[in-house]
Design a protein around this ligand. Structure first.
Ligand code: FMN
Length: 189
């Protein structure tokens, strides 16, 4: 039997990413974001939902630039920390020991320790209610050689991404269970 529940943002699991931004002097900040996802493939775009009260909201609205850094499960504690304190009060690069690396197309830095980094330019900002949706085009994509497979694709077993659910729990994703188009090979669904 199905139980009808109060509607909440209960899509799960979702990726957890670290979004970097920079102020007018180039000083960088990091925010932990779980409301993030791919929204377009041509051009490649991501959607990031940020509350207007966040310092990062102010920085990204002004500069229209951000970097989506995909952390690995090894970074769990530092990922959580970047979602607990504000860049208004704390230099999160200094506090976490994460290393800023210059990006090629935008001002906010890449986080060296994160195996994948997507440089983005904001194309739309959509006010939704509690959060504003930043729709941003990926203009450069970086990945650590060690997490790539023989075809140049990110291997999740090596990159070890983090997932999150709406019950405030972090999860790891470490098992492949099929390939795209599997339904064409299996006669029985
Ligand atoms: C796992 C996790 C996920 C989060 N996801 C979001 C999110 O999607 N959008 C958002 O506005 N805040 C999110 N937050 C809260 C911000 O990361 C947090 O308020 C942060 O301190 C804001 O930093 P800033 O003021 O330096 O921008 C999340 C926090 C955690 C721990």
């Amino acid at each position: 039997m199905k139980v009808e529940r109060r509607p909440t943002a209960s899509l799960y699991p979702v990726p957890v990413v670290l979004v970097t931004s920079a102020d007018q002097d180039g000083k960088p900040n990091i925010i932990t974001i779980a409301w993030a996802g791919v929204v377009c493939s041509q051009p490649p775009m991501v959607g990031i939902a940020i509350r207007p009260s966040r310092y990062s909201h102010q920085l990204i609205s002004r500069s229209q630039e951000l970097v989506v850094n995909i952390p690995s499960a090894d970074h769990l504690s530092r990922v959580d920390y970047c979602g607990m304190v504000s860049g208004r009060d704390v230099d999160k690069f200094q506090a976490t020991g994460f290393t800023p690396l210059p990006a090629s197309r935008v001002r906010p830095p890449l986080i060296k320790e994160c195996p994948v980094n997507l440089e983005c330019v904001v194309r739309h900002i959509l006010p939704l209610g509690s959060h504003d949706l930043f729709v941003a085009e990926i203009v450069a994509d970086h990945a650590d050689e060690e997490v790539l497979d023989g075809s140049g694709r990110v291997d999740p077993k090596r990159a070890k991404p983090l997932a999150y659910n709406s019950q405030q729990r972090y999860w790891s994703i470490d098992m492949e269970i099929g390939t795209y188009g599997i339904s064409r090979k299996n006669r029985a669904l």
